[in-house]
Design a protein. Structure first.
Ligand code: LLP
Length: 420
């Protein structure tokens, strides 16, 4: 169920009217629904009911807010992290170190060490070079690091090119045709406990076939590894399940995804691991914004200038992504408009020629499906500061990330003495 719905003509987040939050916290502000997060987490788990004890690791990059992570920790999720910073967050949210998977092509020496010292559950190694470095570090600390080898299956995920990760030309994983020899070489390292393989072919996937194709290649690799006498007890199938961004769009359900996984992994005899991000939090969040003013330009539709901008929600500027845009108190009137932010470049455009609720200066509106890859991708471009985040739970809400004012960012900058 959508947790952002009209009640008596006013958009609510669960039981809270959005104008109340705007009054209390100001705009722009990201809002998350605890009920929506929980429902998605449970739907994902239920979709995998046909599997024996899957490991669920939320992809922290999708929404690293501490309170969001805590909601998911309470749902039994571990974390998929890609930096030392994300690891620190997952641990701060109460996730057990052994439930943390560390992915990423460029883990630094310091980050590998942080993972070893924290005793995280699994490193997803993305190159032979990284494997040797980790082996050395682990040995020096008298430890064996549990690892999976991330393979690049050379499969087209049929999604936006900037979020495709499983083609040969992408930087991720080791080429599948070299995976067996690399796995064998790394298995001989005393510092490593090579326990499995991993794959992640991309994000916002609208179809299951590319995933199934990648999993088939992974299954063949597992058989080949075992045939060579190597042990494989885990397989990490990554994330990628897409979500609707437009009202009415239909995406594969968690149940369909789960049925496909059961089919594709039959007889693997491993513990399966998953790294969903967007599926869990995408539709659990909106970005609440206020119209600054409208202006006419030429003969075209008006520009509706809102107080959120590309620095707050980067996806439209970065990927040409669509986010539904709705008035908080719709009058029933409609208009065609260009929806833009205040930033000084044309890329700061959320939508062109959008059929939308009629809006004028001072009105509140939301960009929907902003719970994943929203606040986390924010910058302070144009010295705009960082937007706060609010978590709603029934009829209560709390600020779970404070607004970072431009002054706070300025306070961290210094003019050296020799320029005084
Ligand atoms: N595992 C790995 C190794 C990943 O690289 C990712 C996402 C995930 C899991 C989670 O994927 P999800 O279930 O969320 O699709 N900023 C882009 C999305 C980038 C995704 C990067 N990797 C966007 O706004 O669309």
């Amino acid at each position: 169920m959508d947790q952002f719905q009209l009640r008596d003509g006013v958009l609510h987040a669960e039981g809270v009217p959005l104008p109340d939050i705007a009054d209390a916290v100001g705009t722009p502000v990201y809002l998350y629904s605890r009920a929506a997060l929980t429902a998605q987490a449970r739907a994902f788990r239920e979709g995998l009911a046909g599997l024996d004890n899957p490991h669920l690791a939320f992809a922290v990059k999708a929404n690293p807010n501490l309170a969001v992570l805590r909601v998911l920790q309470r749902e039994g999720f571990g974390a998929d992290v890609v930096s030392g910073g994300e690891m620190t967050r997952a641990l701060a949210a109460g996730m057990a170190a052994e439930d943390i998977v560390f992915s990423g092509v460029g883990k630094t020496h310091a980050e590998l060490l942080q993972g070893i010292e924290a005793g995280i559950g699994q490193f997803n190694i993305e190159s032979e070079e990284e494997g040797y470095e980790l082996a050395l570090l682990a040995e020096r600390h008298g430890k064996r690091a549990a690892c999976a080898l991330r393979v690049n299956p050379d499969v087209d995920a049929r999604t936006h090119e900037k979020i495709s990760t499983g083609k040969r030309e992408n930087k991720f994983g080791v080429p599948i045709d070299r995976a067996a020899s690399i796995y064998a070489a790394l298995s001989a390292q005393p510092g490593l406990d090579m326990r499995g393989v991993a794959v992640h072919i991309g994000s916002q996937l609208a179809e299951l076939e590319p995933l199934e194709g990648a999993f088939a290649k992974l299954g063949a690799l597992i058989a080949e590894l075992r045939g060579a006498g190597l042990s494989v007890s885990h397989a990490d199938l990554g994330g990628g399940l897409g979500v609707p961004y437009k009202a009415g769009e239909v995406f594969p359900s968690a149940a369909e995804y789960g049925a496909m996984v059961v089919r594709a992994t039959k007889g693997w005899d491993v513990r399966l691991m998953f790294e969903p991000g967007r599926y869990i939090c995408g539709n659990a969040g909106v970005l609440l914004t206020r119209v600054i003013r409208s202006k006419r330009s030429g003969n075209g539709p008006p520009f509706v200038i809102v107080d959120a901008a590309m620095n707050d929600l980067a996806r439209p500027a970065m990927y040409g992504a669509w986010h539904d845009f709705d008035a908080v108190e719709p009058t029933g009137e409609h208009m065609t408009a260009h929806i833009v932010g205040p930033i000084c470049e044309t890329g700061d455009t959320f939508a062109m020629d959008r059929e939308t609720d009629a809006l004028s200066a001072g009105d509140l509106a939301v960009f929907r499906t902003a719970g994943a890859y929203g606040a986390t991708m924010a910058s302070s471009y144009n010295s705009r500061g960082f937007v706060p985040e609010v978590l709603v739970d029934g009829d209560r809400f709390a600020v779970v990330a404070e607004r970072i004012a431009p002054q706070a960012i300025l306070d961290a900058e210094h003019v050296p003495d020799w320029l005084a």
